[in-house]
Each structure stands twice: as C-alpha cells, then as structure tokens.
Design a binder for this molecule. Structure first.
Ligand code: FE
Length: 139
C-alpha cells in the first residue's frame, strides 16, 4: 500500500485534534479543511498499476485503477467511483459552483466531480493525490 491510510472506518477519530495527530499536515489541510494540493505535485498522479485507490483518512475503497485516466489537469482523475462509498456536496466556494466529492465513511474531502469526463460515464472525478492511498492488486 502506498500512502498507508491513517486509520480504519472502525476506529474513526471524533475530534479535529485527533485527525491532526493522525494525518500529515498536507492530508489534514485537504481532507479536513477542503484544501487542494498544487497541480502535478501528487505522488499518485502517474500511478498506473492495477489496484484500488482508497481514502487516505480511513482506507475506504473509492476508485478502481480501471477508471483512472490522464486528464492533463495535474490531479489524479477517474471516470467513475465506488458510488456507495462517496457522497456529493454542493460547493459554492471561490466564486464557483462545483460538486464536492467526500468520503462517505470519514467525511474527508477528496476533490470535485465535473461533467467533462470520458465515455461511458462522462464524469471526471478530479481528486487530490494526498487524499488517496493506493492498494496494488496482487499479481
Ligand atoms: Fe475516508
């Protein structure tokens, strides 16, 4: 596993203070404060092995490598998600109208989803690398 998740869904922190102890500064800023990592900075941006992308906060399975594509945006991008494990929120910050993508298990901010992705879904999940861990499939 690269970028080992901070905890599991069974033992989620209850306070911001606990999250702060478990996460790196960058992970905390993104997952708990809706931050965004600099484009082209993410460790998992060019990850192209087969496997599953999980929440860096709690390890919940979020995206399959089968849906990862190169969007040229500088952030890991996926055309589909594990629907039962994510939630959407309307985000009107920064003068934009966007759909925020959140981990349904720990409430961590992952990124946003846009309607300009590839077929068949037409979706582009634009996700912070620092909000993800990667569980490589056993060969
Ligand atoms: Fe999570």
């Amino acid at each position: 596993m690269s970028n080992e998740p901070a905890t599991t869904g069974e033992s989620l922190p209850e306070t911001d203070e606990e999250w702060r102890e478990l996460l790196t500064d960058e992970e905390y800023e993104i997952l708990r404060e809706q931050g965004t990592e600099p484009k082209f900075s993410g460790e998992l941006l060019d990850e192209d092995d087969d496997g599953t992308f999980v929440c860096a906060g709690c390890g919940t399975e979020l995206f399959s490598s089968d849906t990862k594509f190169d969007s040229k945006t500088g952030w890991p991008s996926f055309s589909d998600a594990a629907d039962e494990n994510i939630e959407f929120r309307r985000d009107t910050s920064h003068g934009m109208e966007r759909t925020e993508v959140v981990c349904a298990t720990c409430g961590g901010h992952l990124g946003h989803v846009f309607d300009d992705g590839p077929e068949p879904t037409g979706k582009r999940y634009c996700i912070n690398s620092a909000a993800l861990g990667f569980d490589e499939e056993d060969a």
